[in-house]
Design a protein around this ligand. Structure first.
Ligand code: URA
Length: 439
């Protein structure tokens, strides 16, 4: 069927045959489908939606549009596993989860994204490690995964190129927010990575891409059923993003927080909740434990006995970073020239956090980007960020500490953070960090 006929059928609420979806996606990859047609298709799907079989067909076709990695020939003694997050502020879970899963016997080829909008990207965080090759070719990725058990790298253009084209068009045509299209976009990249199991961290709350709980839940359900339809065992967890995850937001500062945790410093409770549950789900999905309790115990052990730290260190070295990065990360991670505590104007208890505003403040410091082609300043961000229920005082505990490139940037960050935190007299209500598990 011609692309315009496929668009017409969807526009009028019809159901597309798998063969037509496949043909349209081929056209996206080889250029037969124009940018205008891709935009019109995305808008038709946005309004009319896709039925389950159509979603599976779109996901499969986008997966097949480029290289599909196969790991069987590598004879790895464990399952291929990965996690995907819908994005958050201070979300550094990947840096901990990948070496933890590797230490538990899994293999993690983690293809991460750059930060865009108010959410940070794992790609940018790893880039703050000097010498670390964030975009190795697929052969080196295979080698590092085989030898170390994990490789956290940037997404490669070889995997799901049709999604790359469609996503860039959706980004500028107000069609990103379609659960059907998001599902196919995320899963096509994960299926192309040749996984045996996937865990999804679907976030809700003030710092999430899907702020409303019902939307996040609908996305988690959609991903679970399409993944099942496409043959990829997947578990989705709904997790709270109503405050920053951990105590830092930025790039080098988040790497430093993770290094400290791997070396034995107690993690912030919510960060560990999310990391532990997601990692345990993967350990279970990969049949490396018989139930969740055993999986959690394995994860705890991998952190406590230093085996996850060892995997992280070996991964950094294998990808070109310093061999003693873990021991001397403070000398390798670039520091910002201006460091200042941000005190609240008055004393009180933190009762609400506009987490999105904290993410935007990181972008304003230069730690994130407003256009895909922009670079980031890895040095900047916030440390010591308070959470719900914490007491702050102009003469005591600050809201956070800013790391900025200039005094003017620090001034702007002080104003932004004072706005982002609501203070009150009473205790703050903090719900559970992981609220739901969707199969
Ligand atoms: N992340 C993706 O990879 N794709 C989307 O469509 C939205 C978020």
């Amino acid at each position: 069927m011609l692309p315009q006929e496929i668009i017409r059928q969807k526009r009028d609420g019809g159901r597309l045959a798998a063969a037509d979806i496949t043909d349209f996606v081929r056209g996206l990859t080889d250029g037969r489908v124009t940018e205008g047609q891709a935009a019109a298709f995305a808008m038709a799907v946005y309004f009319q939606g896709l039925e389950m079989e159509e979603r599976v067909a779109l996901t499969r076709a986008m997966t097949q549009s480029g290289t599909v990695m196969e790991w069987r020939s590598q004879n790895l003694p464990g399952p291929i596993l990965d996690k995907h997050s819908t994005g958050g502020v201070g979300d550094k879970v990947s840096l901990l989860l990948a070496p933890l899963v590797a230490a538990c016997g899994g293999f993690v080829p983690m293809l991460s994204g750059r930060g865009l909008g108010h959410t940070g990207g794992t790609f940018d965080k790893m880039e703050s490690i000097p010498g670390y090759v964030v975009q190795p070719d697929l052969e080196r990725l295979r080698q590092v995964v085989r030898e170390v058990g994990c490789a956290v790298i940037g997404a490669t253009s070889d995997l799901a190129p049709a999604d790359r084209r469609l996503y860039s068009i959706r980004d500028v045509t107000a069609t990103v927010e379609s659960i059907d299209l998001i599902t196919a976009s995320i899963l096509s990249k994960k299926l192309a990575a040749g996984l045996d199991g996937l865990v999804m961290d679907v976030k809700f709350g003030s710092g999430a891409f899907m702020a409303k709980y019902d939307d996040a839940q609908a996305l988690a359900r959609s991903i679970a059923s399409v993944a099942r339809g496409a043959g990829l065992p997947t578990v989705s967890l709904l997790t709270d993003m109503n405050e920053v995850l951990g105590t830092t937001a930025g790039n080098a500062v988040e790497v430093a927080e993770c290094v400290a945790i791997l070396k034995g410093e107690a993690p912030e409770a919510r960060l560990w909740d999310v990391t532990r549950e997601l990692t345990a789900e993967l350990v279970l999905l990969g049949k490396l434990a018989t139930d969740l309790d055993e999986a959690r115990a394995k994860v705890d052990r991998a952190l406590a006995d230093g085996s996850a730290a060892d995997r992280f260190s070996r991964m950094v070295t294998a990808l070109g970073g310093p061999a003693d990065f873990l021991e001397r990360s403070d000398t390798y991670l670039a520091a910002a020239p201006v460091v200042r505590d941000i005190h609240a104007a008055e004393a009180g208890t933190v009762t609400a956090v506009d987490t999105r505003a904290v993410g935007i403040a990181v972008v304003a410091l230069g730690g994130g980007r407003t256009r895909p082609q922009d670079g980031v300043d890895h040095r900047v961000g916030f440390t010591g960020i308070v959470g719900l229920g914490d007491q702050v005082d102009p003469a005591g505990r600050p809201l956070a500490r800013v790391h900025a490139a200039t005094e003017a940037d620090a001034d702007a960050a002080v104003a932004a953070l004072r706005q982002a935190f609501t203070l009150g007299a009473g205790p703050a209500t903090r719900g559970p960090t992981v609220t739901e598990r969707i199969l």
